[in-house]
Design a protein around this ligand. Structure first.
Ligand code: ATP
Ligand code: MG
Length: 414
C-alpha cells in the first residue's frame, strides 16, 4: 500500500462537528446580514497578483511574507486571495457597478490563503465571512456595518466576552501630521526597533504600531496617540461613528493602538477581540477604506467593512450544532424493500431526514439506526403489509404502534 497522504501543513478538513460549526457560522452571518440589506457575492479565489499588491500596501505582512503567488502556465502572476475586500472592489469596477445603485452592501464567505506559521486559530487556508458597504462616506455606514457584525456575534451566542475596540486613523491631513510625529518618536528609538520596523520607519511608520515583535511593543506603548493629531473634520466624523454605535447599542472601547495591518484604511478602524482564544484574540476586524476602489481603476468610492475568521468564531461556539436525527426505514425481508423505498421517498418529499439501510436483518438494521441516533424507525414486515400498516417505533420513548404509511409521514413531518 502507498503511504497515506496528509493534508498540506496549515490546512484542515472540515468533517462532522467541525463542518457543522463552520456551516452554522456562515448561515447565521448570511441571515443577519440579509436583514441589513446585504447581498451575497462570490469572487474568484485567485486573482491577478496586482489586485492585492496594489491595495494591501507593499509593506504589509500579508504582501511581503504571506501571499501564495505563482506564475501560471500562461505566464501570468496569480495570487490565491489572502483576503476578499480587494477582490470585491475589483469586482465592483470590473462589472461596471461603480456608477449606479450605490451604496451597495456586500456579504461574502469563503476560503482565504496566507503563508503563515500555523498554530491554534491560525491556518494557511482559513475562511472568512465579511461585509462591505461600498460607496457610502457617511459615519452611519461605519456604525451600521459594525452593528451587523455585533448582531452576528449575538446570534451565535458568543458576544459575551467579546469587546469592540475602535480607533480612528483620521483623514489624509491628520495622518500626515501623525506620521511626522511617529517618525520623530520612533527615530529616537531606532536602535531598539526590530529590523522589520526599521524598514517600516522608512516606508510606513504607522505600521510599526501593529508590530507583533515584543521589543517593538514596548516602544509602541509610549508612542504618541493618533487622537492628538486629528483635524476638526476627522474628529467630528469619529464622534458621529461613536454616537451611532451607542444608538445601535453596540458597546465599545477606544484603543489608540488599533491601526490594522493593511494599507488601505482611513478614519474608522476596529477589532472585535476576546481573551478566550489565547494569542489569536481578534475575531472580526475592519475599517474604512476610501481609496481602494480607485486603486482598482474605479472612481472615488468611499467604503467601510470588516472580515471575521470563521475558524475563530467556530472555536468560540460553546456547543456544536447537533447533526439532524434521521428516521430509519426498515424492510423486514426482501419482499418489503419496494414498499420501504416508496415510503422513504414520501418522507423525504415531506422534508423528513430519512435513512434506508442497504442490507441486513431487522437486528442489524436497528443497530445501525441507533448508531445514527435515529429518532424513529418505521418497520415494514409481511404481516403489516397484509394489513396496510407499518410499525412506528419511537426510539427515544421505546414505544411502538401500528399506523398507516400516510399517518406515519404525517406524524414524523409534524
Ligand atoms: P492577525 O493580527 O491575527 O494576523 P490580521 O490583521 O492579519 O490578523 P485580517 O487581515 O484583519 O487579520 O483578517 C480578519 C480576520 O481574519 C482576523 O481577525 C482573524 O479572525 C482572521 N484571520 C486572519 N488570518 C488568519 C489565519 N491565518 N487563520 C485563521 N484566521 C485568520
Ligand atoms: Mg495576519
Amino acid at each position: 500500500m502507498a503511504s497515506p497522504l496528509q493534508p498540506v501543513r496549515g490546512t484542515r478538513d472540515l468533517i462532522g462537528e467541525d463542518f457543522r460549526r463552520h456551516h452554522h457560522v456562515a448561515e447565521t452571518a448570511r441571515r443577519v446580514t440579509a436583514l441589513y440589506g446585504f447581498e451575497e457575492w462570490a469572487t474568484p479565489i485567485f486573482e491577478d497578483t496586482r489586485v492585492f499588491a496594489r491595495s494591501l500596501g507593499d509593506t504589509s505582512d500579508v504582501v511581503t511574507k504571506e501571499m501564495y503567488t505563482f506564475t501560471d502556465r500562461g505566464g501570468d502572476s496569480i495570487t490565491l486571495r489572502p483576503e476578499n475586500t480587494a477582490g470585491v472592489c475589483r469586482a465592483l469596477v470590473s462589472n461596471g457597478l461603480t456608477q449606479s445603485n450605490l451604496p451597495r452592501k456586500v456579504f461574502y464567505a469563503g476560503p482565504m490563503f496566507r503563508y503563515e506559521r500555523p498554530q491554534k486559530g491560525r491556518y494557511r487556508q482559513f475562511h472568512q465571512i465579511g461585509a462591505e458597504i461600498l460607496g457610502a462616506a457617511e459615519p452611519l455606514a461605519d456604525a451600521e456595518v459594525i452593528a451587523a457584525g455585533w448582531d452576528i456575534l449575538k446570534a451565535l451566542s458568543i458576544a459575551e466576552g467579546v469587546v469592540l475596540e475602535i480607533n480612528t486613523l483620521g483623514d489624509a491631513e491628520s495622518r500626515d501630521a501623525y506620521r511626522a510625529a511617529l517618525v520623530a518618536y520612533f527615530t529616537g528609538h531606532r536602535e531598539r526597533l526590530s529590523e522589520d520596523s526599521r524598514v517600516r520607519l522608512e516606508k510606513n511608520p504607522l505600521r510599526i504600531l501593529d508590530s507583533k515583535d515584543e521589543g517593538d511593543k514596548a516602544i509602541v506603548a509610549n508612542a504618541p496617540p493618533m487622537k492628538d493629531y486629528l483635524t476638526e473634520a476627522a474628529s467630528s466624523f469619529y464622534a458621529q461613528v461613536q454616537s451611532y454605535l451607542a444608538r445601535f447599542g453596540v458597546p465599545f472601547r477606544q484603543n489608540d493602538r488599533i491601526v490594522r495591518g493593511l494599507d488601505y484604511y482611513s478614519h474608522t478602524a476596529f477589532e472585535f477581540v476576546t481573551d478566550r482564544l489565547g494569542a489569536q484574540g481578534t475575531v472580526m476586524a475592519g475599517g474604512r477604506y476610501n481609496g481602494l476602489v480607485e486603486e482598482m481603476g474605479g472612481p472615488s468610492t468611499p467604503s467601510v467593512g470588516w472580515a471575521a475568521g470563521m475558524e475563530r468564531l467556530s472555536m468560540l461556539l460553546t456547543e456544536a450544532p447537533a447533526a439532524p436525527r434521521p428516521v430509519a426505514v426498515i424492510p423486514v425481508g426482501e419482499a418489503q424493500e419496494g414498499a420501504a423505498l416508496d415510503l422513504a421517498q414520501k418522507l423525504r418529499a415531506a422534508g423528513v431526514v430519512t435513512e434506508i439501510g442497504y442490507k441486513g436483518n431487522l437486528k442489524r438494521r436497528m443497530e445501525r439506526a441507533n448508531r445514527l441516533s435515529a429518532r424513529a424507525a418505521l418497520i415494514l414486515g409481511e404481516e403489516e403489509a397484509a394489513k396496510g400498516v407499518v410499525q412506528l417505533r419511537n426510539l427515544d420513548a421505546g414505544t411502538q404502534e401500528s399506523v398507516t404509511p400516510d399517518e406515519a409521514v404525517r406524524r414524523l413531518s409534524a
